[in-house]
Design a binder for this molecule. Structure first.
Ligand code: ZN
Length: 181
């Protein structure tokens, strides 16, 4: 296991995430680069923990790397740390399962996650709800936002309680999403 300083840990994680997710766009409008989502999640985690947990912020940058790119747990453990690798694995869905089953499992498994993985899950859902809110939504976009928000609330119900700021930020984004319906 390598031991990187906090600054190097986070900048190496950001660079690897940028390279691995290169050319990927978020679902939905505007072809927003995928890295924007990772930057937002990492920054939410840094804010929530007042910069006290570099490995958590690094895992925020990398949380979709195993699920969406050719990145393995072993590689992350070797380049970063066992904890960073474990956190990313905890945030990785089994992509061989159908979407409905993956969603069901996220709700069922949320309470069993580690305290730090729960924070990543909440930050992820905050970012994903925010990306689905538009000033002038189409009917499909409205349905998608309502559907995603209800499901995200079920997942976050099993993750809450570890960080007041993240819990409040999630509640606020849900309120905004409902108000925009
Ligand atoms: Zn994500």
């Amino acid at each position: 296991m390598t031991t990187l300083s906090a600054v190097r840990l986070i900048s190496e994680a950001a660079e690897l995430a940028a390279r691995r997710h290169n050319g990927m766009a978020r679902k939905g409008r505007g072809n927003e680069p995928y890295i924007n989502h990772l930057a937002e999640v990492a920054n939410l985690l840094a804010t929530a923990t007042e910069g006290a947990d570099a490995e958590l912020v690094a895992a925020g940058w990398l949380h979709d790397a195993i699920e969406d790119t050719e990145t393995t747990r072993e590689e992350l453990a070797q380049k970063f740390s066992d904890r960073v690798a474990s956190l990313v694995v905890e945030c990785t869905d089994d992509m061989s399962l159908p979407k409905a089953e993956r969603r069901r499992l996220q709700v069922v498994d949320a309470p069993k996650k580690s305290a730090s993985a729960k924070l990543i899950k909440i930050a992820d859902k905050i970012s994903n709800i925010g990306a689905r809110m538009h000033a002038d939504p189409t009917a499909d976009e409205r349905d998608d936002l309502a559907d995603y928000t209800s499901w995200a609330e079920q997942v976050v119900a099993g993750c809450r309680g570890g960080n007041v700021w993240l819990d409040t930020t999630f509640a606020n984004v849900v309120r905004q999403a409902r108000a925009s319906q």
